[in-house]
Design a protein around this ligand. Structure first.
Ligand SMILES: Cc1cc2nc3c(=O)[nH]c(=O)nc-3n(C[C@H](O)[C@H](O)[C@H](O)COP(=O)(O)OP(=O)(O)OC[C@H]3O[C@@H](n4cnc5c(N)ncnc54)[C@H](O)[C@@H]3O)c2cc1C
Length: 613
């Protein structure tokens, strides 16, 4: 038997006439007790309004943009009513103290008595707890402590989110399984790889300067010292994060975190466990390298983490995967003296990037590497006594080759499937990604996800920006993640960088663009560095003239792309970029000149006049 019940806005404390910013249910939706019905927002905070009962929504009485106050009708619910006496005619009304979160007279129901959140723990600026939002703890999970926000994973996304949340006044806990903070990026990703790429650049420059009449002897490489330098850089940054956490009073818990319900995270370390009860969670657990099924366990077959250990300089090294990570590691090992072969399954290096941008890199790699085979599949890896045998399938590749080391760099897989998220009701897709909206919310409104785990591109700077959005939304700020472009950079030699729309995307989507390509052969600084193989490409919207995208290949392209990213975000056009005075002689002038090619004011190149109609 079921009965209809009105759900009214409970007394939510010091808030009146608040705006409805999100309605989470439709007529016909089945809701559980505590499911969020709608989100309201005052000038101080955004607040989730949960359902006091399980039932089916028969009427939604509010809409986004409407302003409501305590006692406003929100929805009508059809609830199962085994016995008539159990049905409350109207819950959450102003005179109904049973759902007043701040009422000292809360009835001692099973749910409320297990609440880990006495009202005193709620920080200012954050929604006061509703009695009906009590976490559903499993019996053995009596919480050891509570947090406004628990952040799972301390990579660039996680530590940024935790620090921002703490700065916004939230009681924040950061959980990390490793002893050092910083995640993949600081420990086994961006930072160590760039430390080694700097070494590679110096070695290559020392060789290249021979053409200018300066000759150095063959380098003597002390691998221990080189590793030591990399480790010192990593340690400095990760220790810095630990201090920043301390300064902000972010509680850092080391251990493997697993969700055990919608408001509980269990953290296990050395067989001991602690349970954190949280009001909000931010899942920032990142990704792991993918491998090729059937790959034998062998210390000579490594992933990017193994490559960064730099245990030796192999004589011959096979890099499987011509994406950014594979090519960066290949660049390091080639500079140190390894003979490198790269194989890539697709018919282009670094898919996602315009092919013309990759070409100058390709030309240089062809000269530098022993082999570079596109459209090639590795069909078998066999660990032999002296070397690893790789078998290939591809038009131009040999049938097989023998290598001292094999680096598998074929991509990364998100960690969404390993965190017990199902116990919290959070959706995880079949690849392991956790889908989110533009406020980084998962399908469970108080649980957020950021960084590699919530989607492509898997880049540190995407993770940090998403982390800030999640923390700010939890604190009640009106933030969302809506960039016009996320720059990608391959720190190869030359570097390749792009942001916004690519030329290939423009073609595929039928977007008409004005394109300008300024060759670095006409840039004095590039010539002075003897690195004039690069170019700068800008794409402008044909109708409005605004920058839509940019691609740069050449030395320091990764630094140069930021100007294009800013132009894109500001809606700059070619005139803005052309009239901005760039210092001379710099590589940055190539952006200035490319824009002038579109406005027609370029003097550093001769462009035949276009016939005017
Ligand atoms: C070799 C390499 C080079 C790279 N270079 C660049 C680059 O130059 N620029 C760039 O932008 N990106 C680069 N990346 C990618 C970049 O590292 C990632 O995009 C970034 O680290 C993602 O950040 P994140 O916060 O999502 O997660 P991660 O950095 O992956 O951090 C996740 C953290 O969660 C922890 N964790 C996971 N599960 C649990 C659990 N159950 N309990 C407790 N803790 C858990 C992990 O230990 C980890 O510390 C590189 C990656 C690699 C591998």
């Amino acid at each position: 038997m079921s009965a209809l019940t009105d759900v009214l806005l409970p007394d939510i404390g010091d808030f009146a006439d608040v705006e409805v910013i999100e309605v989470m249910v439709n007529v016909g939706a089945a809701v559980d007790e505590d499911d969020v019905l709608l989100v309201i927002e005052s000038d101080k905070a955004s607040i989730d309004v949960p359902s006091p009962h399980a039932g089916v929504v028969t009427e939604v009485a509010v809409a986004v943009g409407e302003r409501i106050s305590t006692g406003s009708l929100l929805v009508k619910l059809s609830v199962d009513a085994p016995e008539q006496a159990d049905i409350e005619p109207a819950t959450g009304g102003p005179s109904d103290s049973s759902v007043d979160p701040n009422s000292p007279h809360e009835p001692e129901t099973a749910a409320t008595s297990s609440s880990p959140f006495p009202s005193g723990t709620v920080s200012s600026g954050v929604a006061p707890l509703s009695a009906t939002r009590t976490p559903a703890a499993s019996p053995e999970d009596s919480a050891d402590f509570t947090a406004d926000v628990v952040v799972l994973g301390s990579g660039p996304g996680g530590y940024t989110a935790a620090f921002r949340a703490a700065d916004l006044g939230l009681n924040t806990v950061l959980v990390e399984r490793h002893s050092s903070l910083g995640g993949v990026c600081l420990n086994v990703g961006c930072i160590p790889s760039k430390a080694y790429l700097h070494t590679a650049e110096v070695l290559e420059d020392a060789r290249a300067i021979e053409a200018h009449g300066i000759t150095f002897g063959a380098p003597s490489i002390d691998l221990g010292k080189l590793r030591g330098f990399k480790e010192a850089v990593v340690e400095r940054l990760t220790n810095g994060l630990a201090s920043l956490a301390k300064q902000r009073k972010v509680r850092v818990i080391q251990g493997e975190g697993t969700f055990t319900g919608p408001n509980h995270l269990r953290v296990v370390r050395d067989g001991e466990h602690e349970v954190i009860a949280f009001r909000h969670a931010i899942v920032a657990a990142g990704s792991e390298p993918t491998t090729i099924p059937g790959t034998p366990e062998d210390p000579r077959i490594i992933d990017s983490t193994g490559a960064l250990e730099l245990s030796d300089i192999p004589e011959r090294m096979l890099v499987i995967g011509g994406g950014i990570i594979g090519l960066e590691m290949a660049t390091v090992y080639a500079a140190l003296g390894s003979r490198i072969t790269v194989v890539e399954l697709l018919d282009t290096l670094m898919p996602g990037c315009d092919r013309d941008l990759v070409q100058p890199l390709r030309t240089r790699l062809d000269a530098r590497f022993e082999g570079l085979f596109l459209g090639t599949k590795v069909t078998a890896l066999k660990a032999q006594k002296r070397r690893v045998k790789a078998e290939f399938e591809g038009e131009s590749a040999p049938a097989s080759g023998l290598y001292d080391k094999v680096l598998i760099a074929i991509g990364r897989r998100p960690n969404g499937g390993t965190l017990g998220l199902e116990t919290a009701g959070v959706n995880v897709d079949e690849q392991g990604f956790v889908p989110v909206d533009d406020q980084q919310r998962t399908n469970i409104p108080h649980i957020f996800a950021i960084g590699d785990i919530c989607g492509q591109p898997m880049l540190a700077h995407k993770a940090t920006h998403e982390g800030k959005v999640a923390a700010e939304v939890i604190a009640g700020l009106k933030s969302r993640f809506a960039p016009l472009g996320i720059p990608s950079v391959a720190y190869t030699d030359p570097e390749v960088a792009w942001v916004g729309l690519t030329e290939e995307e423009a073609k595929a989507q039928g977007i008409e663009v004005d394109k300008a390509v300024f060759p670095w052969a006409a840039n004095g600084r590039a010539l002075g560095m003897d690195r004039s193989e690069g170019f700068t490409k800008l794409l402008f919207d044909k109708a409005h003239g605004r920058v839509l995208g940019a691609g740069i290949v050449g030395r320091h392209a990764g630094d140069l792309i930021s100007e294009a990213a800013l132009a894109l975000e500001l809606g700059a056009d070619a005139e803005d970029l052309g009239l901005t005075i760039h210092p001379h002689p710099t590589l940055s002038e190539t952006i200035n000149f490319a824009a002038e090619m579109v406005t027609g004011s370029i003097t550093d190149l001769y462009l035949p006049r276009r016939k005017s109609n």
